[in-house]
Design a protein around this ligand. Structure first.
Ligand code: SF4
Length: 601
């Protein structure tokens, strides 16, 4: 590996200004006004950071960076003749320091566009200001993982975290569950450490879908076991002023109430008048800015969540076909309102899961491992009785321990890895003190889903370097084509002949040359730079509905399988368009930004 560029904080110097003027003087259609307006804006914002970058003792470049939005405002080599070859090293150094970043560039600046796309940035939005057209370039998360996973977190996590692991007897009576839960909380400092007398306590379970009941009996591993929720309420009652059990179902968003009734959550309110059950999908909202504005500047949070004094996160020990696992980090997706859930796919789910944890800071995360779920989780997998509870104050450390108990490396889950790389918590065993049962004593490997992305006769899947997000969601959809074709039942739908042929591209690398005469589908932010060469399925990963619509459009005679309530999804899609349009960016970002074949990297 070549040596890293070195960044030093600098200032908006006259040399930088001269170079800034020179650079834009050579781009057609850009006048001096643009340079003056931007320079003035930088001077007005004290947070704007200027870095000088050097490589092997040689001064290489300047970066003007906005830490409030994680945006590269400007990046310039020291002189016109110093090649752009150093810029990827300079960006590497910036990302090592600031983690996932974005950049704003002028649409007319094709040279910058080309090297940024080659690095792994993608044009996710276009907009106009001051009479000029701009592109927002978002870094592909898959590229970020590839380039930076070996380097570790942007900021070293300073503390050693404690995670408690508590066995539960296999008989799992209500008393045994409560005793184990009490032991676990005592190992972490006792309930009074987390809930002050009279405090508003909020429990966030996982109540995602109705798949977990058979003949009126809960089979386990799909939703948080209600016996654990009851046990926690009993422990909280002597201390808390109020206890709210709150969830917003993630699949059919209007059905949280039905899910509560299905699993008996609605009866929790009968335990005491201090207890209530709230559907977060219908709650009032309050807007909060995202620290460092990564991918989204702000998020709307349910008031019930925002007003809680202490939040106890109660996920289930389960596999997720796209996120690797659905544990403490993933469980807070359910705390967001429907439009935010939908938008988080569009703007980048992994980053938004980390963002949620920066906005909603759970005091405690306790994973329900009474019965976990292996194989094709989070709803269609197989229950696996584990008789364990795993808890701690840091969600990354809790997930890392839980994943090791499941026989998985914590870096296999994109949201856990991203949370770690962005300094939310540690995954290194030496930085996590495990108390109670040792990991080895309770560990039992979870079967992972086999993702089948095999191509069909005329449908070719190109999935180089894609992370499990796009792979998982594509598998989910493509699997529905592995059934007999009603036009010719001796073959599968995926083997239906197509002329022209069909290609589905996912992941940041595209080693095959794209033929625009064929039918091309491009998945996710990683493939957004090819949007103009076919149909783009936006998102990171694209929402299952978006992929399903994109692929089943090729089979107009076949009824599209149901994922969630289509009218609800259509409503959310319309709302998202309105949000984008209100920012004056809608039409173009929906359409995708199409480069020519020359920029097919
Ligand atoms: S989910 Fe898809 S778009 Fe997002 S980083 Fe992974 S491969 Fe790229």
């Amino acid at each position: 590996m070549s040596s890293m560029a070195v960044l030093k904080k600098g200032r908006l110097s006259s040399a930088l200004r001269r170079r800034f003027r020179d650079y834009y003087g050579s781009i057609e259609g850009v006048n001096q006004n643009y340079v003056d307006i931007k320079w003035k804006r930088w001077l007005e914002f004290p947070d704007i950071t200027t870095y000088t970058a050097s490589k092997d003792g040689r001064q290489a470049a300047w970066i003007v960076y906005d830490p409030r939005s994680s945006m590269i405002e400007e990046i310039l080599t020291r002189s016109k003749d110093q090649g752009v070859d150093l810029l990827p090293d300079v960006v590497d150094a910036l990302i090592a320091r600031e983690s996932l970043v974005a950049a704003e560039i002028l649409e007319a600046d094709r040279e910058r566009y080309r090297w940024m796309v080659a690095y792994g940035f993608r044009p996710t939005r276009s907009y106009s200001a001051d009479g000029l057209s701009f592109l927002k370039m978002d870094l592909s998360t898959a590229v970020y993982f590839q380039r930076h996973q070996q380097r570790g977190p942007a900021r070293t996590y300073g503390r050693r975290e404690r995670v408690a692991v508590e066995r539960v007897p296999a008989t799992q009576t209500q008393d045994e569950i409560k005793r184990s839960l009490e032991n676990l909380i005592d190992r972490l400092g006792g309930i009074e450490r987390f809930v002050k007398p009279g405090a508003k306590a909020l429990i966030k379970p996982n109540v995602v879908a109705d798949h977990g009941m058979k003949d009126g009996i809960y089979t386990g591993g799909v939703v948080t076991d209600i016996r654990l929720v009851r046990a926690l309420i009993e422990l909280l009652l002597p201390v808390a002023g109020s206890i709210t059990v709150a969830e917003g179902s993630s699949i059919n968003r209007s059905e949280t109430g039905r899910m509560f009734a299905h699993y008996g959550y609605d009866r929790l309110a009968d335990m005491d008048r201090k207890v209530r059950v709230v559907d977060l999908n219908t709650d009032r909202l309050v807007e909060k800015p995202v620290p460092a504005g990564k991918r989204m500047a702000s998020r709307k949070v349910p008031v019930t969540i925002a007003e809680a004094d202490t939040i106890i996160n109660l996920p289930v020990l389960k596999i997720h076909f796209a996120a690797g696992v659905s544990l403490a980090i993933k469980n807070l997706q359910g705390a967001m309102p429907p439009l935010e859930k939908y938008m988080s796919h569009f703007f980048g789910l992994w980053q938004n899961l980390v963002n949620i944890h920066r906005l909603i800071k759970p005091t405690l995360s306790i994973i329900d491992g009474l019965t976990g779920q292996e194989d094709f989780g989070p709803v269609s997998g197989t229950p696996k009785q584990m008789n364990v509870l795993i808890g701690g104050t840091n969600p990354v450390a809790v997930d890392a321990v839980a994943m090791r108990i499941m026989g998985l490396d914590p870096t296999l889950s994109p949201p856990v890895l991203l949370a770690y790389l962005q300094g939310l918590g540690p995954i290194e065993p030496e930085k996590i003190q495990v108390v109670g049962a040792a990991i080895d004593e309770v560990a039992s490997p979870f079967k992972q889903p086999e993702l089948n992305l095999q191509s069909g006769r005329d449908i070719t899947i190109h999935a180089v370097d894609a992370c499990n997000g796009c792979r998982g969601y594509l598998h989910f959809t493509i699997n529905k084509l592995r059934r007999p074709d009603p036009l010719e039942t001796t073959r599968l739908l995926i083997d239906r002949p197509f002329e022209p042929k069909v290609n589905i591209f996912l992941g940041p690398s595209t080693p095959t040359r794209i033929d625009p005469r064929e039918t091309n589908l491009f998945m996710g932010i990683c493939q957004q730079h090819h949007a103009g060469l076919g149909t783009h399925l936006p998102g990171c990963p694209p929402h299952a509905e978006v992929i399903m619509n994109g692929i089943f459009r090729l089979f107009p005679d076949v009824e599209r399988p149901k994922y969630a309530d289509e009218t609800e999804e259509a409503k959310l899609e319309k709302m998202l368009k309105e949000v984008l349009e209100s920012e004056g960016r809608g039409e173009q970002s929906q359409r995708g930004l199409g480069p020519t074949l020359d920029s097919n990297y």
